[in-house]
Design a protein around this ligand. Structure first.
Ligand SMILES: [Zn+2]
Length: 391
């Protein structure tokens, strides 16, 4: 939608210009009921654009550009349309032509450069895009937009140090708070260090992540993981509990390692207490399944099944049903068992096709959790879906 708005904003001056130009040529005054042919073309193009009929819109705007060779805005709008339609080569040629045009004002030239940078990004020519956006930042022309694009490039290249540096510059320039995003960059660095066995370095990056965002769930989870890998499960469990307190929505991600640390540090009484407490505040199925397993191991099948059945009445869940079938299976024989097996298969298939997570920003559905949305590239926006067939 923002791209569409952008095209519209670019086109409004073009429409006025074209109306004025035609009116002047025809020797008529603009007041009165004269509606120029080009203005009506413009509104026809606009209509196509609003109806997402980009092919027809391009046709109309090409005609406008033909009549108005000097109208930079029309060319910019056209280039934007080409890029949005995936005709990146055409967009690049058009914008390069604009940039090299003699007599172009500095303001228009930098707009064209910004567009060209976006073309390069879309074409995967990240080096060229980086150079161009860096030049724009150095010229202090459209610097916030250029910085946002540069940050996107560094994220793509996983150059987290540069991403952090540019995000801080963006913060200083716009006054907007980017600390949540910067905390994620530090978590990426911490994860890299952890994987390379540089544990002290990982802890230092996590300290920086917390300095940016004191309740960073991911930083808590990584800290817990570092403790768990060193066999310090009491500390690990404590930090995982802090992760739950920081954002209870991440319970499905946090519970498996937390339960592992509880088990390894013989804290199962405390585990029951903590899970019971979550049950009051969180309406998904994960804590129910965790408690069911805990009761099964400690008190046997009967207690576990009774608990699960009573919970499923309050919070219907396909995953809960699956757990119930699994727990009951051993007690059933003959034809009923065959029917249960069919039911189990069906339930499994139903769950397999199901997105378990959704981006709260763009609606992207995912089966696994991502810290960065693969579609809109936002951080920490992918959350468990709550519903009968999900969490
Ligand atoms: Zn998204």
């Amino acid at each position: 939608m923002s791209a569409l708005l952008y095209v519209l904003i670019l086109l409004v001056p073009a429409a006025f210009a074209s109306g004025w130009w035609t009116a002047r040529r025809a020797g008529v005054r603009r007041s009165g009921v004269q509606v120029s042919e080009l203005s009506s073309d413009y509104f026809r193009g606009l209509n196509y654009l609003l109806n997402e009929e980009q092919d027809k819109a391009i046709e109309v705007f090409l005609k406008l550009a033909e009549y108005n060779r000097d109208t930079v805005e029309t060319h910019l709008a056209l280039g934007n349309l080409f890029r949005r339609r995936g005709e990146v080569d055409r967009a690049i040629r058009l914008h390069q032509h604009l940039v090299s045009r003699p007599g172009l004002s500095d303001a228009m030239k930098t707009v064209a450069l910004l567009e060209l940078g976006e073309d390069y990004m879309r074409a995967g020519l990240l080096d060229r895009a980086e150079t161009l956006f860096s030049d724009l930042v150095a010229m202090d022309a459209h610097a916030p937009s250029a910085l946002r694009h540069l940050i996107a490039i560094y994220q793509h290249e996983r150059d987290w140090h540069k991403a952090i540096e540019h995000a801080r510059r963006l913060e200083a320039m716009t006054g907007e708070d980017e600390s949540g995003m910067i905390a994620q960059f530090y978590c990426e660095l911490a994860e890299q260090s952890r994987q390379h066995g540089a544990r002290q370095e990982a802890r230092e990056y996590l300290r920086q992540a917390f300095a940016c965002q004191a309740d960073c769930v991911r930083a808590f989870m990584l800290t817990g993981r570092l403790y768990a890998e060193e066999g310090q499960h009491v500390e690990a469990a404590r930090v995982y509990e802090q992760a739950v307190e920081a954002d209870i929505a991440f319970v499905p991600e946090i519970l498996p390692p937390l339960l592992n640390s509880y088990a390894r540090s013989q804290q199962m009484e405390h585990a029951e207490h903590f899970l019971r407490d979550i049950l009051e505040r969180y309406h998904g199925i994960s804590p129910v399944l965790a408690l069911t397993r805990l009761y099964q191991q400690r008190d046997g099948d009967r207690t576990a099944i009774d608990f699960l059945t009573s919970q499923l009445r309050q919070r219907p869940s396909v995953r809960g049903l699956m757990a119930l079938i699994d727990a009951t299976m051993d007690k059933i024989e003959g034809e009923a068992r065959e029917n249960f097996l069919i039911l189990r298969d069906l339930t499994k298939k139903l769950l397999e096709g199901q997105a378990m997570y959704r981006c709260s920003r763009c609606g992207f559905g995912a089966k696994a959790h991502h810290w960065q949305c693969p579609s809109c590239k936002s951080w920490s926006t992918i959350r468990p879906i709550h519903g009968v067939a999900n969490e």
